[in-house]
Ligand binder design. Structure first.
Ligand SMILES: Cc1ncc(COP(=O)(O)O)c(C=O)c1O
Length: 370
């Protein structure tokens, strides 16, 4: 199948707003993209440096030490025990995995890929790359019989929504009824804030309470970009049904989709060290506690956002008007329409700015609110 026209990259539409925001005398506060601003922890950088002699090809399947580190991490941090080393596969960041999964599963015309209503745009792009049809739906009862792949995203980007065990279980049951693969994109799992997620871990789609202890047809995707400030390393992995992992491994071996060896070494260090993850979470917590009340003081309402890296807000009017207004304050946010048709009035604020920039945003918002 020839690749059809892809949509323009939506972020290009932000250029005029970025330009206006940059004219603010105290500079722009860019909260539009979730790109980490804090340093990569030393423990991870040192592991990378120690692995720079990489004369031979890396293993597509990951080194035995990396596979073990992923299995151990899932047991320790996510409560998913019983995984084996043939149920994990490193990826070159998770965006490529999201974009190519429908293609790697052999999906094509007539096949449906379901994704959340408020969604990271790459789920739909992945369907398009394979020639399949993307459908936005959060209700398993609506998923059509032609569904071959379901994407869940918990905690969600952009809305910070968490799917509890019951919701995950219902989604997995429905996917199984349809004979579809179901994949949980869980890259914000370490960032729980409100409600039960203040104290309990956000559940994985591979949680035995969800799968009944059988990972058939189920995959989880996790990324170290956010939890470990490794976005520039391209370090992520997928875990789940060994039969699916074996198929993906074959495709990825043929296509040369292997994470670089030094990055694999760095991933082991990142997965083995919980301290830097906790420290990073506290930085985001502090930023969230400054930004959230300031947004509310400026008349925005925060929806969901119980976990994750973003505040999902509405000013009760067209998102582009809110974006324009914020740009006049020197603040750049992400427009809801970038995340699907369901939220024309929402905007997304990322917590990925320095403490100083978050304080600047807060004081500008507060001066506007009063
Ligand atoms: C929901 C979601 N999935 C996947 C990604 C991709 O992350 P990476 O490619 O850095 O692993 C992102 C990045 O923002 C995301 O928000």
């Amino acid at each position: 199948m020839a690749l059809g026209a892809l949509p323009d990259y939506p972020w290009d539409q932000m250029v005029p707003y970025a330009r206006r925001a940059a004219e603010h005398p105290d500079g722009i506060v860019d909260l539009s993209i979730g790109s980490p601003v804090d340093p990569t922890p030393a423990v991870i950088r040192e592991a990378l440096v120690a692995a720079t002699d990489a004369h031979s090809y890396p293993q597509t399947t990951g080194t035995p030490a990396l596979r073990r580190a992923i299995v151990d991490w899932f047991a320790r941090r996510r409560g998913v025990t019983g995984l084996t080393e043939d149920s994990v596969l490193p990826t070159i960041g998770s965006k490529e995995f999201v974009a190519w999964l429908p293609f790697m599963l052999g999906l094509g015309e007539g096949d449906v890929v379901v994704h959340p209503v408020a969604a990271y745009p790459t789920y739909a792009i992945g369907a398009q790359l394979a020639g399949a049809t993307a459908i936005a739906s959060d209700d398993p009862a609506e998923w059509p019989s032609t569904t071959r792949l379901v994407w869940l995203n918990s905690p969600g980007n952009p809305d910070g929504r968490v799917l509890d065990v019951a919701a995950l279980r219902a989604a997995v049951a429905r996917a199984r009824e349809l004979g579809a693969v179901i994949a949980g994109d869980e890259c914000y799992a370490e960032l729980g804030w409100d409600g039960p997620w203040a104290t309990e871990p956000v559940p994985s789609i591979l949680d035995p309470r969800v799968t009944g202890g059988d990972p058939s047809g189920v995959l989880a995707a996790y990324s170290l970009s956010k939890q470990s400030n490794l976005a520039g390393y391209r370090a992520a992995f997928t875990v789940g049904d060994p039969a699916l992992i074996a198929r993906l491994l074959t495709v990825r071996k043929h296509a040369g989709m292997m994470p670089p060896a030094p990055v694999q070494a760095a991933m082991i260090a990142a997965l083995g060290d919980d301290e830097h993850v906790a420290a990073q979470k506290e930085l985001y917590r502090a930023r969230r506690e400054v930004l959230r009340p300031a947004l509310e003081a400026a008349g925005l309402r925060i929806d969901r956002s119980e976990a994750g890296l973003y505040l999902w807000a509405t000013g009760g009017r067209d998102a582009w008007e809110t974006i324009s207004d914020l740009a006049s304050l020197g603040i750049l946010a992400g427009p809801g329409p970038f995340y699907g048709d369901g939220y024309p009035e929402h905007v997304r604020f990322s917590l990925t700015a320095t403490d100083e920039r978050i304080r600047a945003a807060s004081s500008r918002l507060r001066s506007r609110g009063h």
